[in-house]
Design a protein around this ligand. Sequence first.
Ligand code: FEO
Length: 398
Amino acid sequence: MAICNVSDRVTAVGASDPDLAYFDRLMPTPYGTTYNSYLVVGDERTALIDPVQLDCVDQLLAHLAEAGVRRIDDILCLHAEQDHSGSIKVLTDRFPQARLVATAKTAELYETHLHIPRDHFHIVAEGEVLNLGGIGLECMPIPFAHWPDNTMFWLAEGDILFSSDLFGSHYAPTDFERPDPDLHLEEARAYYAEIMMPTRNQVARHVERVATLDPSVICSAHGPVWFDASRVIECYLEMLSPAVKPRVVMPLVSMHESTERMANVFVDALREEGIEVSVHRLDDAVRDLRDSMGKTVEDAVDAAAVILGVPTVLGGPHPSSAAMALMLNTFKPKNRYVGLIGSYGWGTQVEKRLYELMPLYRAERLDSLLVKGLPTSEDEAAIRAYARDLAAKIRALD
Ligand code: FEO
């Protein structure tokens, strides 16, 4: 990753890890990620927005050298999660005169996670402007997008918003200045699903505020700069709206093909009703389960319903389905309906045990369709009726 001029005053000097496979050991990152850091140069002071992950600090230092930086006056810490904060001690050793600047919450979490005493920070609050000489950076906390401490800064000159994790994308393009615009947006959606969606009520308030602010450029903490800020704002507003699409997502596990047979009948019947369905196999012999679950969550962002295909294992759900239930409970997509279909051998408590795993997932629960053994022609007729009922419910949402 090379340095990238954002404006006369702002340069992106962060780091890139194109080979990262999973962020937080959970979220698939097929296009890697970047750990962004921005240099903001005023007439009197130079600020650096965010350190980077510790194992990428050499890239940041090389970029600062390339940009001719000899002095940093302020290191603005927008968020204490380690992918942003990890290199702070390296930076303060290199630039000992630099003042650490953060909100009280970020300073508190730096103390918790990095053992930097909070009294080492110059504390800024909502609305306060950090004067760099000729330009200023206004502090705008965005709590729970996605940690309690995430903070944005606004540079009125150029209408540039430094948005922390908000509007991020795990996408490390070969050319940081010229990313693929469609892939950029696609990865922003995936990022929303696994980072922002769990706190979407708070995120919605922050995005409304950003929409009113109407920035020209958004410099987020991950992925390329949004030089067309309205594009990602519109995408967020759509994902955050209550509206869902007439689409069903089916995370599927099948052990001896009975549940798979049920799923095939169900999917065909839904498609005959004109309802789009996407099936995500959680039982692939080769694919990492995190990839399948991640795609399911991403796909569920605006789907009308999630129907799990779940075989019974010793009375309860197959563990891969249980993991998926925990994912739905964690990420809480806005789906209107959730249901489950599946086969069991001699008895089952799959419904009770699966729903116990997702108390926070608020979709309306449909009756389950559970079949003993291989589905019969009567069972298949019941599955088709189940699909028709669901299609009618989804159409009624319009
Ligand atoms: Fe990019 Fe919340 O860390």
